[in-house]
Design a protein around this ligand. Sequence first.
Ligand code: AMP
Length: 317
Amino acid sequence: MIKLSLFKPTGHLTLGNHLGALRPMVAGQSEGRGFYGIADLHALTVPHDPATLRSLSVEMARLLISVGLDQSTLFVQSRVPAHSELSFLLESTVHTGELNRMIQFKEKGRDQPSTRASLYTYPALMAADILLYRPEQVPVGDDQRQHVELTRDLALRFNRLYGEVFTVPEIVTPPSGARVMDLQDPTTKMGKSHADGAGIVYLLDPPDVIRRKIARAVTDSEVGATAVRPDRDAKPGVTNLLDILVACGGSTDGITTYGALKAAVTDAVVAELEPIQKRYADLDDASVSAEFEAGAERCRHVTAPVLAAARTAMGLS
Ligand code: AMP
């Protein structure tokens, strides 16, 4: 089975990305063929700084290797030109009415004077990202579901209009990794939307920074009750810390105070990230480039027949 996932290099990877997505991907590498990419073209859909994009892409490339995804095919999206080429062909099958209905565009772009056209047509690129690899299933979280439904519609339409080129992927619920909440705002996901990062543990945070962020984590102000127990509604902060502790292989046995809980979480997170950070520090640029160049070459090889079939079907020579 083909597995495919792309990460947008618009921020540093977090403990949430690791426990929720990367670690399960690493664990599942032995079953099926994995293609894991850095979606640098997607990062161009919003105002961006070229130097930041470059450095975040390099950091992400090194991290994907450091977490252990190097048993799979790793690539940078823009190094596989078939993605942008098929995207244009799919833009020529999608209707503006469909793009107008995309919730993400409505939320992020519509009515903003600076909206880039690529934000509007982004679902065609995402459809190309998927259809080029002919996966039978696409695991997708709620935020991307509408885009994958559109991908299916476009594949069906293309096949009907021009001939059977694309595999129409089934949408499946991803295997649930841990859901990590922001340490300062434990009712929302730890992620890029939190601007200042005080509640986010990044994969490359040094141990003392991790210690400080966890020490300052919001616990709960239940009056007179400082019990360490999971309760997602009444004690979201404590529950999140307990979840992180367990996800990082720690034990909750015998922990009765918030201080002890935070110390245990810190130790567990530091221990979880230490091998990743060590590998990251030991990697040299040449081997990262070689790994990604070999990955892009494999992707160019795998996607070439699909793109060629689409071109021919549409009447391009
Ligand atoms: P994003 O960084 O939002 O583009 O997400 C990339 C991947 O990491 C997706 O599979 C997300 O579901 C996963 N992910 C991101 N943040 C978290 C989090 N706080 N907890 C669990 N999984 C997460």
